[in-house]
Design a protein around this ligand. Sequence first.
Ligand code: NAP
Ligand code: MG
Length: 478
Amino acid sequence: MSRALIERLSPTNNEIVARFAEGTVDDVNDAVTAAKIAFDKGMWPRMDAGVRAQFLRLWSRKIAENRERLARIEVEEVGKPLKYARADIDTVCALVDYAAGLGMQSHGLAYSSIGANRTGIVLREPVGVVGVVIPWNFPAETFAKKVPFALAAGCTCVIKPSEFTSGTALELAKLAAEAGIPPGVVNVVTGYGNVVGDALSGNPGVSMMSFTGSTRVGKQIIARAGEHVARTAVELGGKGATIVFADADIEDAVRGTLTSISFNQGECCVAGSRLLVHADIAEEFLQRLATAMSSLRIGDPFDEETDLGSMIHREHFDSVLRHIEEAQLEGARLVCGGIEAARRDGLHIAPTVLDDIRPSMSIFRREIFGPVLAVTRFRSLEDAVALANDSEYGLANSVWSKNIDVVMTVAKSLRSGIVWANTALDGALQLPFGGNGSSGFGRELGEAGIEEYTVLKSILIHTGKRNDTFGVAPAASQ
Ligand code: NAP
Ligand code: MG
């Protein structure tokens, strides 16, 4: 039977860069069955974590050997600049290595304090088959924030990448097989979200869904997985604030603001898409920001010098421009970038700054997922915090000030899972990553990043003759 194929056209030049099989519900069921057999009967969940770590490290080395090839697939399919795609693959390797180590550290607990004849053991066990659904903005990196951690915990996975950017997920799975990771442990089903993603979330063989993507789809996955009481962890959208106080290092804050909104063409869940700037420095700050933005290179993502590549597809390009237009109709003042500066040929959008934004305007509230910055001025710390928290999202915010009292007061008052102080879009493998509110729940990275994929089992052991009354607590029965 010939299979329907999904063609991926380059967002930069419209040429076909990939063809992916359009997966069916049957394909999903087959993949889940394979993952379930590998989990229930296979050696992967049963082997010493140290041996699993060796497989994972070999996988990481194979990924490193294929760095340039994998990076170029990301450039072709995502339209992101080559230098950043290479850095993404380096991060993938670091994530796999880190997960390998975490797997060996993962442990339960023992209680010797519950009576001379009794010992309590808490085992930490793999949750089972994990369904993984990922978006198109950081395809390889998002894969690597989930899959190696689930594997290190002893789980098996079925992965549904984005229909636009499935290339690296397929390649990473092939390299896993080359590294000797047994069949059935890493499975990829390409295809559309409403078919493959839906069937995966609804399959009772799946014990947990790990999702990154939009809040809209996240809600669907939570509901679908809830039908068979599967666990969910969802990393969703964001509307992060960059909060700049008058005593900030302005040069650093300008660069931080710029990076926060332009990195990955603004197609970044942790983007700082709102700038909250103290009124006293606002004019100078915006001037310096616009100057810095004009020096960014926008164009062919394969050009080594390019800073911003293409938007993911035409529909998204149009939606970003529509948001800019709407904001201007609602009274926003264009500082730089904008519709005139956008190039339909290549789907390029220049970093766009819109001033005079009020919280009632939709650009203050909605995630645009493009290089569009909404600027609001504040006068007091309390106003800044209230503005930052005036969002359904709660993923990442940054605060810029040289006053530690200001930094800590703001950091503790923000309702986001991540706060950066005098830095932005920063991270460390050890620090948990995730959001609150409409940005989702669950944490990746850090120790939490492997614990997500485990369940606890309590074992209570009685030694010697059990001569007290069953059903009555031992202390009361003596
Ligand atoms: P999306 O539309 O939510 O899609 C994400 C994934 O879900 C894709 O693989 C998609 O498949 C699949 N999907 C769609 N409908 C589904 C359904 N009914 N059941 C199961 N799966 C389904 O998101 P996107 O447009 O790719 O990515 C942009 C969004 O992701 C933004 O909102 C962004 O903030 C968020 N994001 C969040 C994080 C984070 O860590 N918090 C990171 C990156 C991105 P198809 O592609 O085939 O439709
Ligand atoms: Mg989609």
